[in-house]
Ligand binder design. Sequence first.
Ligand SMILES: C[S@@+](CC[C@H](N)C(=O)[O-])C[C@H]1O[C@@H](n2cnc3c(N)ncnc32)[C@H](O)[C@@H]1O
Length: 446
Amino acid sequence: MELPADFKNKYQKLMGDDADSFFKSLDQETNPGYRVNPLKEYVVTENGEDAIDYCQYGYYGDVNGKSVEHQSGAIYSQEPSAMYVGEVADITPGDYVLDLCASPGGKTTHVASYMQNQGLLVTNEIDYKRAKVLVENVERFGIRNALILNENPNNLAKHFPRFFDKILIDAPCSGEGMFRKNNDAIKYWNAEYPVECAIRQKEIIEQAVKMLKPGGKIIYSTCTFAPEEDEQIVEWMHDEFDFTIEPIRKYEGMVDGKPDWANGNQDLTNTVRLFPNHFKGEGHFISKLSSNDNGSAKKIKHRLQGNLTQDDKKLWDEFKQTNLVNFAPKHLILFGDQLYSFDNTLPDLKGLKVMRPGLHLGTIKKKRFEPSYALALALHSDEVVNRLEITEDDWKQYVHGDTISCDQSLSKGWYQLICKKQPVAFGKVVNGTVKNFFPKGLRFNI
Ligand SMILES: C[S@@+](CC[C@H](N)C(=O)[O-])C[C@H]1O[C@@H](n2cnc3c(N)ncnc32)[C@H](O)[C@@H]1O
């Protein structure tokens, strides 16, 4: 790999004796990893020997994107250093969390693992195409308490003043930690790029600060090594706003943030750096800042959204009574003909670009209710009346969009299809055939 000369000169000066091993590490093989999903009923527990010690759900190993495990959301592929962010966030069920720069959803799915579908997870992505990928991953993961938005931070700040307990800013950055995974990251890089990124990072942070509850915490992270985007941003946050830089535990291979790469503030040692020559991962910077503001949190009027007509409600109730048990979402929200549920009340969504206001239940059709893929993947075995085990070969046909055959004696109706213990979709059984309801936009060939 040809590293840019400016990059080498810069890190040679910053790192001194350590620079050579740093450059060499960027030429080595990547270390893939994945997290298992505790929201799923059957957690994949193989590969215990590859467990990652600093991440409760993390393992080293490669995930096939076209496997049942990945497609069903039982596991999520994530680079090992990125896994420490969700741990540092220290989420408790019931928290109000904002993941401000969220797609494809690595940190969102991680914090959701700790929220256990309680509290409120607002997960936001500014780029529409990337927001659609975020939706896919949230739905696969079976998350029920996520409000998925496609917003810019300025507009969000108007809607959620002093609202969140924890805000994750996994900032768009110069991506130096992506160099060995993705050669394009090198092409984008130039000596001024980190400074340009830092300007954007400050703009994002200024909005995030407005949304933090007094006493709340911001977890700011990047996948770059550039001091301008790491220690110098934290130094700026500390000086500009009233924040304490909280200590972060360092596991093997993790090192303290570097005060002399910024203004010398020794509290910067509380932040953590993951360098690929010392740590089994691509590299990351993570910081945690707690607000010293002791004012009061802003009360936001929660509002029930969307009005269901009696007829709509009846169609849903009929479906629910026939097909679901122990599943009684507190609130139903209708957007067009799409029905969603949420157990917490939601803030007013007017003026926000909403991708998903909670768990997508399905579509209100003319005289029937059609359950969604998201619902199929979120429901546990004790919540569904009919379940049908299918083989992996059947699953391959199903995700391709084909019908599959089943026992002629099965009664007509909706079945949650199960493959390798994981819910993979809803299917409708009619006379020995499972009609295909795998979403058209997600179909693929194996
Ligand atoms: C490092 S990625 C996020 C990765 C994600 N947190 C994860 O763990 O999967 C940064 C994200 O910030 C988004 N972004 C870019 N400019 C932004 C802005 N001005 N405000 C908010 N987000 C922005 C990008 O589209 C990108 O998806």
